[in-house]
Design a protein around this ligand. Sequence first.
Ligand code: PAF
Length: 278
Amino acid sequence: MKVITKTNRLQKITQIALLNKNTIGFIPTMGALHEGHLTLIQQAQKENNIVIVSIFVNPKQFNSIKDFNRYPQPIEQDKALIRDYADYLFYPSVEGMYPDGFQSSVHVGKLAETLEGEHRPGHFDGMATVVLKLLHMCVPTRTYFGLKDYQQYLIVKQMVKDLNLPIKIVGVPTIREESKLALSSRNQLLSLHDKTSAAQIFSALQNGKELIMGGERDVRTIEKTIKTKLEPISKKIDYVAVRSLSLEAITSVNQDVVILVALYVGDIRLIDNIIVRF
Ligand code: PAF
């Protein structure tokens, strides 16, 4: 695995790779890599000739400097984990990605203004901006996103469609710990006690799914039941939402839906979701 830190070097490599008719699989990450990332990388390895992973803790998508500063950055551990699976690791500096005078931004509309967008103003603009920059540099054939960040996945798909980028966005199902807690880089910040509590998130989602499968159709009733299950483990629940698969608000369940939650366990904000298909 070659480590590249300069944007122009990466662009040279990807241009040559494309001229040689390679397919490129790209996995954008913020590091603190875990089995979930590894699953994306391994899938990319199966489906492409060349695999590029990026690690960049993007300051533009954090809502608070505290959250940015405490984001784990175990770079040597990350390199060791992906060494055998990735051909290139792109690991740029903040100055390299946002040189002095940088002033452009991507804004995705309605889809980015709900749920996470409501609770984390500016987050998706920062995310979409960095992803677009990375896509231009990597020129991937396929780019892989975990479905744990379901809204992020839909936003990137929308951006790629709106801006006519010839890139396939692949959504990969969430990988969970044995306790069913969704793997996330933020789990490293949870105390042992909070990690045990956080395992209740999936069981609450599962409960919502069972209600729907058992015939409950009223969205408010389903959301209320899930919220009641989550209250004992969280001092702040940002949302519990039953939505259409394209994240439109609905009042009654008569199509496939996704149930999404965002909540604090201790002072760590976690998100998760479950798709319910009939
Ligand atoms: O999901 C993430 O880790 C980030 O939002 C991403 C896609 C790498 C952009 O910084």
